[in-house]
Structure formats: structure tokens, C-alpha cells
Ligand binder design. Sequence first.
Ligand code: C2E
Ligand code: CA
Ligand code: CA
Length: 905
Amino acid sequence: MKQFRLLNLKLQTKTTLYFLIGLLGVTLSCLYITRYFFLVSLDNLENAESTRASKQAYNLIINMVEELEERSYDWAYWDETHALLLGGSVQEYRERNLFEGSLDSLSLDMMIFTTLRGDVIDSVARYQNSDHNFSSIVMSEPAIYHHVQAMNKVMDSFRESYSGLLALDEQLWSVSITPVRNSDGTAASSGWLVWGQNLSSRFPGNFESILIAQSDIFHIGQSHQLSLIPEVEKSRHYMSQTIDLVGMSGTPVAHLKTTLERVHFLKGNVLFSYLFMAVAFVAIIITAITYILFRRRVAVRFSDLEKDIDELFSSYQLEGLNQPNKDELDRLTKLVQALASDSSATKEQLQDTQQKFAALYESQTIAMILVLGREIVEINRTALELLDYDIGEVVHQPLDLICPDDDKPECQIDTMYRMFQQGQTQFESQMITKSGELIDCHIEVKSIKYQGRDAVMLSVRDVREHKKQTKLIEDLVERDHLSGLWNRKAIMEKARNFVQTQPNQFSLLYITIPNLMQVSEVYGHQIFDQSLESIARLFGEELSAFPVGRISSHEFLVLIERIEEFDIAELGAIRFKEALSRKRQIQTLMVDLRCQVVLIEPEITHHSLDKLIHSSIHALETSRIPASPSNLLRIGSEEFDVAQAAAAIKRDLECAIESREIHAHYQPIVDSKTAEIVGFEALARWQHPQFGFVSPGVFIPLAERDHQIIKLGESILEQACEFMTRVDKIRRSQGRTSLTIHVNLSAAHFYYPGLPDYLVHIIQRYNVLPGQLVIEVTESMLMGIEEEVIARMEMIKSLGVLFALDDFGTGYSSFSTLCCFPLDIVKLDKSYIDQLEENDRAKSLVRNIANMAQELGLTTVAEGVETASQARKLKNWNIEEIQGFYFYKPMAENELLKLISGSHG
Ligand code: C2E
Ligand code: CA
Ligand code: CA
């Protein structure tokens, strides 16, 4: 419910006002209570006074009645009266005694003389009506009448007087009736003397001054019932009591009303008004002073309190209460509730935390050490067990006791503290037990308050087991399970890491054992596995200081982590190579596990690992230095660049073939007798945009390794056939016979199943004549199963293609090759021709080959003829055809076409 608020007063002002309203309330209510009791007391007092006044007036009336009766004896016991009633002269008596003045002197209003029977003899009265009538009325009043009747029935001596009040003609009268006797009182009564006083007219009269209050008599009607309790009437100024006056006959005859002025009450009231005003005035002054003092000295603290509350509110952000116009006490109550629930929640949380902490502290696995400054102040059981100390031996000891010394200038603890200040809280460290054993542990540092001071709690976990496990897992994951060496992933990662973090500060050994590839094929897995174990053992013996990994079935990488160890590694590698240069006994076999080692110089270890390995392989493949056991191949920047160029060439090869950037040049072959061109050999040429002229000796082996050789072969073959259609055209126009075209095929291409179909396609497309196309094969190409090779050759030959045996005289050349395979031409290698001048053996060899070839029906071609002398000799020895720079160098198509056209005639 929304509370009505007149003003948004500040707590300071409000508190002051509350206080003052309270103060005034107390003062005024005290004043009012006092006034009430004071006035009630005054009222009671006045009541008593009024009662007294009423009684006084009443008693006065009673006294008047009694006095009247008493005084009446003076006249009743007077002889003259007695005489009168005994029959004396009324005239005389009247003259002498009974006149107006007598009533005045006796202070009476009526005097009646009657007989014993009550008959009026004479009377005198002060009354408007006639006397006579009045006396009769009086005597006929029942009370008088009955008294007379009653007295007449008793003995004379018992006749007595009687007095009381009577209401006569609406006037109250005090009346007495007294028997009349002689002055001695001895004679019998002669009649009755009735005296009366009109009280209505004369009360209080002379007594007025005696009475303490004003008293009045009021007539009442006949029917009025007697009331004994005085009737009280009060007004602000007066208080009156009315009591009934009982007449002679016992019934009320009149009211006596006593009216008292309320002097005290009025005075009291006035007094209190003054008092009230005085107190109010004083109270206002005190209030004002209090207001100022209280507000300044006391309530100002509420103002502070209010500010504090506001701050608390803004910090607690209590829902709906963070409004400055809300009642502070409401807000404070809510705040206290919120704080109370907060604090109880906090208490619960605290208990939870304590329990958790206790559980942690009692943990069986986590050792906890509380350190203040550098002093151990508390340590749990687990920590004691871990370090093998009793509590007394550790507590209050420096932390250094359980931390091992470090040979570095800054000790381990200082490092830890410094790192902790920089925000690191977890440390892999070591602790030292009582017996001096070092324990690998994981330490977590937390700063806490201990007895009001900054301390740190070290949670220490023994990680020895964990480390063992990790190492085991690491071994399982990172080790080659056959050799126990690092596996490819692990060693490569390590090496890559070195490339990144310490370029040119480390080196590598690349070791390859090519025969391993065949060992498993030739001897089976078991021998392979044992060979590998043997090699691993040898690594352990010669290169134990270095991480060694197997990166493929037959390749290994040795990481030389420190440049200073380069020489040691080199010596180790030489010993290793020497050891493997001898056949090794595996079971009952002697296995050749010769290896090649490449020492990668630190100057290139900033290059990527893949490039380094690739360069090593390339270097081995292209190396011209003869492999000896003590000879390691070293690769530095130069070799690396070459290898990289080779890699680049390899990369560009495919594109170059497709775009015919690799194209054919043609070297004419001439008749030895006439020196006329009889044919051409197509030779691949590549003008690389980056590296310039690239020798086929470089890119052909690359194309072979990269399976590009088929495409290259087809490209050259097609270009050659294209060329020949043009040549043929010219030759036909010259009326000459067609020439032959020699195309070199690689072994891979020769064994390619699609070759015959392709040749058919080419022959048809370019109209190649039978015997016009010559395929040059090398001896190594014919090394497969003889029948299969022959069948293949026969099949190709059936298409009208001839075969030339290239480079005859190199490699495993044998004359049997010439006999067994369906060859048409034999090409003598340049190495024989070169030796013709000085080597007689070469001369006879060439001659014999020429003779034998002739016998076998083979055409002989001499290659690499550079001099006239060579040409002459070859001609004389019946070598039919010659190819060489002496006649022609390989030439571009256009050049040759011009040449052929020009040689017409
Ligand atoms: P090859 O088949 O023995 O080719 C003859 C090589 O001897 C050519 O070298 C040629 O230029 C060179 N030559 C010819 N006459 C002389 C001479 O008087 N003096 C000297 N010093 N050299 C002479 P080239 O063109 O460098 O080719 C080298 C080898 O590359 C070729 O030897 C051949 O085995 C291979 N080759 C060339 N083109 C192709 C091709 O299109 N396919 C295949 N599979 N191999 C090719
Ligand atoms: Ca050739
Ligand atoms: Ca050749």
C-alpha cells in the first residue's frame, strides 16, 4: 500500500521532529492529566461544600420549627391565654395581647387559639385572605387535625405539643401546636395554641448571612414522591443541590434548593489556562532550543547514517529500494533483511568452504604447506608423509629446508615467488625429502591471509608416478615399437621445434639404408625386424647421445641438438657407416645393410625440415662422389640451393610438358660414306624461365621419378612425328626418300601398357611409314623377363617400328643382348668414340662390334662423333651411320627444315 507522505523530509529533520512531537506530547498529556485530577478534586470538594450548605439550610429550617415550638410555650403556659381558653374575654385578651405588633414582636405570621376540640377561638394572621378562613384551613390540615384528635384521646398529662412544616396555599409554613396550661403547668390543658411562620416569605431572612450558600424554598405539588437523595445540578458557574422538606404529615411539602457558586472550580480552570499557557510558552522555547541542539548534535548523525544507507543501497542495488524518496526505515529494514539473508547465506557458504577446505587439507593426495614470508607455519599429514618429516622438524623452519638448492644465481624459491608475483600460480618443481631424495612435484600457490598477514598456501602434488606414466605414454606414442627409436612424428616434431627455436644452432644427420626396403621382400618380416633391431643397437652404440628417429621404412634422422656436439656426431656417424658397410649377421644370414649418411650443416638448419630432408635425398641421388665407408656427404647452402632448384624444376615439370615448354630438338644422323642426313634423333629441350637451359640429364630422371615420363615421352613422340610429316613433305617435293626419326623411350614408358595403342594412333595420325620410326631403348630397359620383353618388342615391331639399342657399351652391355632381342640398330656410346684416338682396345672393340652387328643384320650408329678423324675411322670400319657435333648439333625444328629445304640438290 502506498503510504501517504506529506513531506519528503530528511532523516535528520524527521528524527528531530519525531523527538519533539514526543516531548510535547508527554508534556501536554502530563499537564492534562494533572488538570483532570485537580479539577476532579475541586469538584469533589465543591460537592462536599454544597452538601454541607444544603444540610446547613435544612437544619436551619428544622431549628426554626423547633424554636417556634419552644417559644410557643411562653404563650401557651401563660395564665392569660389559659384564662382566655377557659372562657375569658376574647375582646380583652385581644386588646391586651393580640394585635398586629404582637406578631411582629414574636416574629410570627400566624397565631391561633382553639379549644381542646380544635375550634378556633381567636386568631391573628398575616395573610391576604381573611384570617378566619385561614385559621380554619390550618386547623383542618390533616396533620393538625389528627394531632388534636389523638391528644383528646389521651390523659391530659400526656397531651404534648407538635410542630412541623406545612404547605399552605402554596406557601411553606413552620407550624407548632401546643397545649395551653397555666403558667405552672399544673392545670389541665384548656385548648391549643397554634403558631406559624411563613417560611416562604421569611426564609432565610435574618439567617441569610449565616448560610454558606444561597438557599431557596420552592413549593411542590401534592403528588410529589419523597426523595431522600439530594438532586445535584451543575453548571459551569454554579452547583445546586435540591432536597425535599418533609411536612407534618410525613409527605414532602417543598424543595430546599441550595445554590453554591463554583468559585474554586472556576479559579482552578483559569489557573490551569494560565499554567497551560505558561507551560506551552516554556515548552516552545525548550522545543526550539532542543530542536536546534538535537538536530545539530544528535540528529546530524542520522544524516551520516542516511548517507551510509544510501551508499549501502547503491552498493547492494536492492530491488525497488534504491530510491532516495523511500522511507529510510523501510529501506533500512529491507537492507537489514537483505544483509541478514546475505550473511546467513555467507555463513552457510563459509561453512561449506570450511568443510571443503578441511576435506582438502585432510586430503590423502594433496600435500599442503602454509608459508608465511619464508617460514613454514603449517603443514598437513600428507605433506609430512611425502617429505618423510615429523611435524616438529618442519614447522617454523625456512621453506629452503624442503626445496632443493639450485645452481642458478637465483634460488628456486625466489624464482617461484617472483613468477607468482607476476601472476603465475602453477609450478613444476622439485622438493627434497628428509633423506635428500628429490621429488618431482606440481606446486600450486595461492595467497591467503594468515592471522591478518599475507601468507601463501602451497598445494603440492607428487607427480613422479604421473611423470612415469607420461613417459610411458609418450614412449608408446612417440617411439617406433620395432626399433625403440623415436617414430617419425616425434623426431620430426623435435627437429621442427629446433628449426623454429634454434635455427643454425643445431644440425641433423640423414641416414638411409636402401637395402632395408628389399630385406622384408626378399627375406621376410622377421629378418627385417631383426635387421632393424640390429641397426637400433648400433645407433645406441655409436650415436647414443643423440635422439634418433626412423622416418620411413629405411630412413633415419639424427638430431644434433648442440652445435658443439657436431664433431662427436660426425665421428659417431662415420663409425656407424663403417660398421654397416660390412654385412651383418641376422640369424643365419649375412645381410647387406649399407647406408648412406648426409651431414646437414648448421648453416642451413633455418630451412624447413622437409626441405632439409629433400635436399639430403637429392644430394645423395645426384652425388658424384664415390661412396666410401668413411665418407659422409655434407650438404651446405650450395647443395641445398641445387636441390631446391631441382625441386622447383620438378614442380614446374608437368606444366612445362603440357604447354610444350619442353619441346623437341633434332640431331641429324648422317650416312658415314656420303655424310648425307639419313635420319634424326629427337632430344627433349627445356628453356626454364627461371633457371634457363635445363639439361635432359636433370629433368628426365626427375620426370621418371615423378611419373611424368609417359606424358613427356608422348609429347616428344608426337612433336617428332609432326616434324617428320613436314620433313617428308619437303623430301617428297625434292623427289627424295623419307628419313628416319629416333625417339628415346624411358623404361617406364616402355613397360606402359598403353604404349602399343598409342603408337598405332600416332602412326595413323601422322602417316608414319614402316621403318621410319625408331625407338631407342637402353640395355637396362631390356632387363625384365626376356620373353615378355621380346613379345612386347615384337608387337611394337609389327607396327613397322624399329628398335635401336642406345648407349651400347655402357652399363652391363653384353653381346648376348644384341643376339637375343629383336633389335634393328645399335648405337655405340660416345665413351667408345672418345677413346678411339688413344685407346687401341677401344678401337678393336668398336671394330668387332661393327662386324658383329653387320653379321647380325643390325645397323650401327656411332654417337658423339666430334672430329673428322673419328668420322674417317668409323667410315673405314663400316660403321654405317654417324651422329655427332662434327656433323650436326641438335637443332630446332625450323632451323632443320630450312637446312633440309636448302640442301636440295
Ligand atoms: P642419348 O639418347 O644418348 O642422346 C644423345 C646425347 O648425346 C644428347 O645429349 C646429345 O646432344 C649428345 N650428343 C650428340 N652428339 C654429341 C657430340 O658430338 N658431342 C657431345 N658432347 N654430345 C653429343 P642430350 O640431348 O643432353 O641428352 C642426354 C640424354 O637424355 C640422352 O642421351 C637421352 O638418354 C636423354 N634424352 C634426351 N631426350 C630424351 C627424350 O625425349 N626421352 C628420353 N627418354 N630420354 C631423352
Ligand atoms: Ca638416344
Ligand atoms: Ca646414346
